[in-house]
Each structure stands twice: as C-alpha cells, then as structure tokens.
Design a protein around this ligand. Structure first.
Ligand SMILES: [Mg+2]
Length: 385
C-alpha cells in the first residue's frame, strides 16, 4: 500500500504525538519521548476510507505479443492510493477515458455503485473495455485501502491455485502442429487449446464447399449462417489429421480445447463435433455467434463434442439465457468484457445454479490476468483461465 503520494496532509498522528511529547520531555515527569510514544502497529495514519476521492485517471498503451495493443489505466485518489485496470485487448483508450468525468470526485470504494453508474457506456466485446477497466482499478484501490486480497472481498477462496490453459501456435503441417503441442506439455502445461479451422484447407480441392466471389467484407463480417460455407467429408478427414497428431503427442489424459473453426454452417459444426468425438475435446469454442441461442442449442444437442461461448458477452442476462436454455455446455467470459471482477463472479454463481461450468478467457497483460485470477479463486464453478 502506498499512501505517501500527493494530497496527503503535511502532518499526521505520529508527528503530532512526537511534538507534544517533546514539550513534555523536560518536565518533572522525566520521561523520554522515545519511551513514552505508544507503539503504533498495523495502522495506516493516512488511510481515511470515508474521505477517499478519485482525483484523476490516466492511461498507458502496452504493445505485447498476441492481441495488442493493450491499454492500462491508473485511477488516482486524494490519499495517494491508486488502482490499475486494463481495457480489453485491442480496444482504444477512449473507452475508459470517456468515463473520467463520471468518476472524478466519487469515493472509489463504492465499487458496485460506480460500476452501475457507468455500465450504460459498456457493450459487447471491446465496447465494454472501459467500464471493466475502471471496475478492476476500483477493486485494486479497495484492496490497498483495506489491505485485503480482492478474492477475500468476494467471499474468499475456493482454491489456492488457478489452472491455466495454453493456446498453441499453429502449423499447416499436422506433424509439426503435434510437436508444438508436445513442447507445450513439456513446459508443464496441463490443459491445451488448439486453433483449427477451414483456413488450413485453403487451396486444397474438394475440402470446403463455398460460393465463388465472396468479398472480404462477407468473409469477415457476415455471421456464419450467411456464408453458405460447408466442410466436406474429405475436409473433415484432413482436419482430423491435425487433432490426431496433437492427441498422439499430448496423450488423452489432458483436456484439449479447440477454437477458430472458421465461418461454417450449423450442420458442418455438428458434423465436425461428431468427427472429433473420438478425440475427447473439452470444448469447441465460438462455433457460431453467441447470440443465436436456438442454433447453438441445436448444435449442443446434436454434437457429442461440447461447445462453449462467452468471450464477447457483456451482460449477465445474456449469459443466463445461454445457461437456462443449456445452449452451450460451458461459458467463457472475458472479465475485461463481462463487467469486471464482481459481475463475472455473479455470472459464475448464476451458471453454477444451472449446472454450467465457467472457463475464463484472457488475452491481455498481467493486470487483467491478476484480476481474472482473483475472480477465479473466489468463484466456485471456475474451470481454467
Ligand atoms: Mg476464442
């Protein structure tokens, strides 16, 4: 805890005591100042939570491997305590900075009040980056002011360590892909995720059926069902070669998840889910956009391979729709989109009531990572980060 910054009064209890005792030092009592001064322990003389006020918010941009740039924010207070938060990867600083006028002058310890005050400025995917960054920073301040870990303020720990899953770099050569997964396992990682989509079939005939002449906009912006793109039996066989190579190298004892299947139709997802059954995948991720609840449910019911979604969902109510309908097997919020630490904890508790486990998505810097760790520690149905 750092309480020695700007805004601190120029005197404190200890200095007042010292000067008072100095006057007494030569008195008839004959006691020395050092002997008379009471021992002050575990008391922060500059801490006055009721009078704490937000004075400023600033940002810095971090460039790192993977999704980048990432924006870090710092919220300062009138007592020298500051908090760090992170805007969702790739989103710009304006998502947070537009909120500054809403929070300056407020007590940062009123975390839920302040989040609800700014929640209207959040939205799905990167749009929530600012409100979540502020929420994270407020928890950081609260932890420092009270000298308590965030997980403790959420109700305490369910676990002492947080399981992580590791993404794997891709290769067009199935053997090479498998060896990269093996290297990851050798690093001590115990849960693997692989990106495998129809992009690895590009340029190979008879693998993917799609209309000619689709432009960039269609390929990148149109939701999957509108691209009339289906993977053939031959294509499925080729994709299975990659998964088989990875399983050969990491074995069947550790969970293996899959992401980025490509923009294919619902029936192709189901056919892939059946083809992958023998590889015991932990989940296929974001197979179609998360807001097509009925289509996800169709896939969930027909595919023996579990499906998961959630990294771009902002509202608890949208997660609840998916859980109540059992349209996915697991949910996957990114705390930098799903409303920050407290809302994500609520999402986990909500999903628990429906029997749905919660993995957590994260692709940012250590700031968002540690916010996720505290939430994961305090949330019962957490699986892996
Ligand atoms: Mg993903």
């Amino acid at each position: 805890m750092n309480n020695s910054g700007k805004g601190r009064p120029s005197f404190n209890r200890r200095s007042v005591l010292k000067s008072s005792l100095a006057v007494l030092a030569g008195s008839a009592l004959g006691r020395t100042a050092a002997a008379a001064e009471p021992a002050i322990k575990n008391v922060n003389p500059a801490s006055s939570p009721s009078a704490l006020k937000i004075t400023d918010m600033r940002y810095a941009v971090v460039v790192k491997p993977g999704p980048s740039p990432c924006v870090l924010i710092r919220i300062d207070t009138n007592q020298g305590v500051y908090g760090l938060g992170e805007v969702r990867d790739v989103a710009g600083p304006q998502y947070a900075m537009v909120l500054k006028s809403r929070i300056v002058g407020e007590n940062p310890l009123n975390i839920d009040f302040l989040f609800q005050k700014i929640a209207q400025f959040g939205g799905n995917a990167r749009q929530a980056g600012g409100v979540c960054a502020v929420e994270m920073a407020l928890w950081d301040i609260a932890g420092k002011v009270y000298n308590i870990p965030v997980y403790q303020m959420l109700g305490g720990k369910w676990r002492d360590s947080i399981r992580i899953y590791a993404d794997t770099t891709e290769s067009l050569d199935p053997k090479e892909y498998g060896l990269r997964a093996k290297e990851r396992k050798a690093m001590g990682l115990t849960w693997m995720k692989m990106d495998l989509g129809i992009n690895v079939l590009d340029g190979m005939s008879g693998m993917v059926m799609r209309p000619a002449g689709q432009d960039k906009w269609e390929l990148h912006e149109q939701p999957h069902p509108f691209l009339a793109t289906e993977v053939t039996d031959k294509g499925i066989d080729r994709l299975c070669e990659y998964v088989a190579a990875v399983r050969e190298n990491i074995g069947y004892d550790m969970p293996l998840s899959m992401d980025h299947l490509g923009h294919i139709g619902v029936k192709s997802v189901i056919r892939l889910g059946k083809a992958y059954e023998k590889f015991n995948l932990e989940w296929m991720e974001d197979v179609i956009p998360w807001y097509y609840t009925d289509l996800l449910k169709e896939i969930q019911q027909a595919s023996p391979t579990p499906i998961l979604t959630g990294e771009d969902i902002y509202r608890v109510s949208d997660f609840e729709t998916l859980c109540r309908e059992h349209a996915v097997d697991k949910i996957h919020p990114d705390l930098a989109t799903s409303g920050g630490i407290l809302q994500t904890h609520h999402i986990g508790d909500m999903a628990f009531r429906y029997g749905v486990p919660m993995a957590m998505h994260f692709a940012g810097t250590p700031v968002s990572c540690m916010a996720s760790v505290h939430c994961a520690a305090a949330t019962r149905n957490f699986l892996a980060l």
